[in-house]
Design a protein around this ligand. Structure first.
Ligand code: ZN
Length: 326
């Protein structure tokens, strides 16, 4: 009897151990070393437009006279803080991120939606750089909570067009990736630190950035409305693929069709697959298996890119992206 209790206890401990290990594996960031030969390269010489990837859907665009940014999320708090506590913008990481991206002044920050991994730092970044913020009413409540005056916010809607220096920004309302966390709108100013769930989605937007002859489509959250980009031409697509690996192959194929085939883009850079519970920097790791399956997404994207003669590149942290790489 005693022995059988011991064996049962031992078995229980082993099971908990294996389960714990499995759970831990599922929450670990995933290496993307398999895609090292697909890393984007920097321009070889001087360029008319410097574009940098800053993690999640955050990007900067700088032509030497005017600089603009998408989202501007740098804090990237750890998963346990996000789940268990209120999360404050991390000033040190924001300052470090802006410095590494060589950003001092910004004319505008355009925001995909008001989840914390897009909008939580936007107000702080705007205050540091002089930017106005383009976003939904929900995003307005978030940046006002950071202390940005309402006069520095421009509410956007489908079809809105803005000009900043030589940049023209056209707004497209597009859906968030399927089954979003924290749906709904924000109906009051969010004063940080706040819980992740207080950063409700609001509306989601994609943006076409035109600069000289360049046309860059930024899809911050991976989803589509059939035919939305019909007649819209783009050379480069920054394609949000957050959670796409969990939606099945057909979803990823449709996302490609709607974003890349319809626009005729020749360079596609998947974004928002990175593990944003980790500090941003190289090597970029993908989200843990528990949350997404970036390998599954890439298994669909790689053959599609080959079929269509499209260059598919994985961004490198902070390094300027050669927009003409083929
Ligand atoms: Zn989101």
């Amino acid at each position: 009897m005693r022995n059988s209790i011991k064996i049962a206890l031992l078995a229980a401990v082993c099971l908990v151990g294996v389960g714990g290990f499995w759970g831990y594996q599922e929450l670990r960031p995933r290496s993307t070393a398999a895609y090292n030969d697909m890393r984007s390269v920097a321009p070889k010489g001087p360029t008319d437009l410097t574009v940098r990837y800053l993690g999640t859907a955050s990007l900067s665009f700088d032509d030497g006279e005017t600089a603009i940014m998408e989202d501007g999320f740098f804090s990237r708090p750890g998963v346990f803080s996000v789940v268990a506590s209120k999360i404050p913008p991390n000033e040190q990481r924001i300052n470090e991120g802006l410095q590494k991206a060589d950003i001092h002044r910004l004319a505008a920050i355009f925001v995909a939606h008001s989840h914390y991994d897009h909008a939580m730092d936007t107000g702080n970044v705007a205050l540091k750089t002089g930017a106005v913020v383009l976003g939904s009413q929900s995003t307005k409540y978030v940046v006002e909570g950071a202390g940005l005056p309402a006069s520095r916010v421009r509410l956007i809607k489908d079809g809105s067009v803005f000009q900043f220096g030589r940049f023209k920004i056209t707004v497209f309302e597009t859906p968030h990736s399927p089954h979003p966390a924290f749906p709904g709108i924000i109906d009051r100013v969010i004063t940080p630190p706040a819980k992740a769930e207080e950063y409700k989605l609001g509306q989601n937007y994609s943006f076409l950035i035109e600069h000289g002859a360049r046309r860059i489509l930024v899809i911050g959250s991976g989803n589509y409305i059939p035919g939305k980009f019909k007649g819209v031409k783009a050379d480069v697509v920054f394609l949000g693929v957050s959670m796409a690996g969990r939606q099945g192959d057909a979803f990823v194929k449709n996302l490609w069709h709607e974003s890349v085939e319809l626009t005729g883009a020749k360079l596609v850079i998947p974004v928002h697959w990175d593990d944003f519970f980790q500090k941003f920097g190289d090597p970029l790791n993908a989200l843990p298996a528990k949350l997404d399956d970036f390998d599954k997404t890439m298994k669909v994207l790689v053959p599609l890119a080959k079929r269509d003669g499209v260059t598919l590149r994985i961004p490198t942290a902070y390094t300027p992206i050669d927009l003409d790489q083929r």
